[in-house]
Design a protein around this ligand. Structure first.
Ligand SMILES: NC(=O)c1ccc[n+]([C@@H]2O[C@H](COP(=O)([O-])OP(=O)(O)OC[C@H]3O[C@@H](n4cnc5c(N)ncnc54)[C@H](O)[C@@H]3O)[C@@H](O)[C@H]2O)c1
Length: 338
């Protein structure tokens, strides 16, 4: 039995998490889901976006499965996602974007894994106004050798363990010579220790252009926090959208699995949200805890349902009459045949 802290989240979170839990439970893996609250749902229920009970559960399980959390732009509490990643040193945020046979996009055979530094950079939370009038604000980017080293090492090891050929570091060291320069230096030094993996470096703005024009040249990509956040949504757009991209937040002694996308308030409560991203986050979680057979079965069932395109949400097929629940049911049915 595995103990997992389950945070359903905000907006579309509860609906997609319910489908993911249904699918994971149907795989036969024994999981004790310990429900906890965070984000807006927790704020409304407990008056705080990150209750002590949630931290106590994660302290114990060291494994969390989470729906997206709403973070209001420009005001309100600090992002709970960022807080959890920092608190538990979930330093590598792994975001795979892969083409699907049944989804028509501009390119075929895109297969990119973005490894985003997850604990510092411009998301370190060092932000303030410089004047009482609040007309000047500043944010400090923090880049440390140790955090850069662990995430870059993670990217190279990921490449080795997953039969990948190349790691590209995307940076802005031409302008931000200290923070981005340090990250780039560590990437170059690390690359020398992995001679079996090809190494490439690209300035982030050019990397965006290259990824849009010739995405097949990218394999594993590693970058600092904000660049990885942005680049992974770009990669999502190349393979069919945010509804398909899972994310793993990996630390040395804790891990948290979620979709890359947010709480999508524009479609919440309408049975329209695509549950695939969070179901694939579940697949990443099962692989992480050694339940590889169940993970493979769910992945195959997801591929069958997505590629057939019949019981899918409208973001994948505008003519489909199916929604979140029907898609979850179709995946459970497909698993029975495998
Ligand atoms: N990890 C997280 O918890 C996380 C990540 C990103 C954003 N957020 C938060 O989510 C909220 C909304 O942010 P946003 O609107 O910029 O981004 P979003 O990812 O929620 O939505 C962007 C667009 O993608 C669509 N979309 C997202 N997920 C989808 C799905 N599963 N199926 C179909 N369509 C989907 C939405 O409808 C929307 O049009 C904000 O409060 C933001 O802070 C949370």
């Amino acid at each position: 039995m595995h103990n997992v802290t389950l945070i359903k989240g905000d907006g579309i979170g509860p609906s997609i998490i319910d489908e993911a839990v249904k699918v994971i439970d149907a795989s036969g893996v024994k999981i004790h889901w310990e429900e906890a609250y965070a984000g807006m749902a927790a704020f409304e229920k407990f008056g705080t976006p990150l209750p002590d009970e949630t931290m106590a559960s994660f302290d114990k399980t060291r494994l969390a499965f989470k729906g997206p959390l709403t973070t209001v732009a420009g005001k309100g509490y600090r992002s709970i996602n960022v807080a959890l990643r920092q608190q538990y040193e979930l330093y590598a945020n792994v975001r795979p974007a892969k083409s699907w046979a049944g989804i028509k996009t501009r390119y075929e055979e895109v297969d990119i894994v973005i490894v985003r530094e997850n604990t510092e950079g411009l998301y370190a939370g060092l932000e303030h106004y410089l004047t009482p009038k609040k007309d000047i604000a500043e944010s400090l980017a923090v880049v440390t050798r140790s955090a850069s080293q662990r995430v870059i090492d993670y990217a190279f090891k990921y490449a080795q363990n997953n039969a990948r050929k190349k790691v590209t570091v995307c940076h802005k060291a031409n302008i931000l010579k200290y923070t981005q320069g340090l990250f780039l230096d560590v990437a170059r030094e690390t690359a020398a220790r992995y001679p079996d993996i090809e190494f490439d470096e690209k300035i982030i703005d050019a990397a965006c252009m290259h990824m849009v024009m010739n995405p097949q040249q990218f394999d594993v990509v590693v970058c600092t926090n904000m660049f990885g956040d942005i680049l992974s949504d770009l990669a999502a757009g190349l393979v069919g959208g945010l509804g398909l991209i899972p994310g793993a937040n990996i630390g040395d002694d804790a891990a948290l699995f979620e979709a890359v996308h947010g709480s999508a308030p524009d479609i919440a409560g309408k049975n329209l949200a695509n549950p695939i991203a969070v179901i694939l986050a579940g697949v990443m979680m099962l692989n992480h805890i050694g339940e590889t057979e169940a993970a493979e079965r769910i992945k195959n069932a997801v591929e069958k349902v997505v590629n057939e395109g019949k019981y899918v949400t409208p973001d994948l097929n505008p003519h489909s009459k199916s929604g979140t629940i029907e898609m979850g049911n179709a995946i459970v049915e497909a698993m029975k045949l495998m």
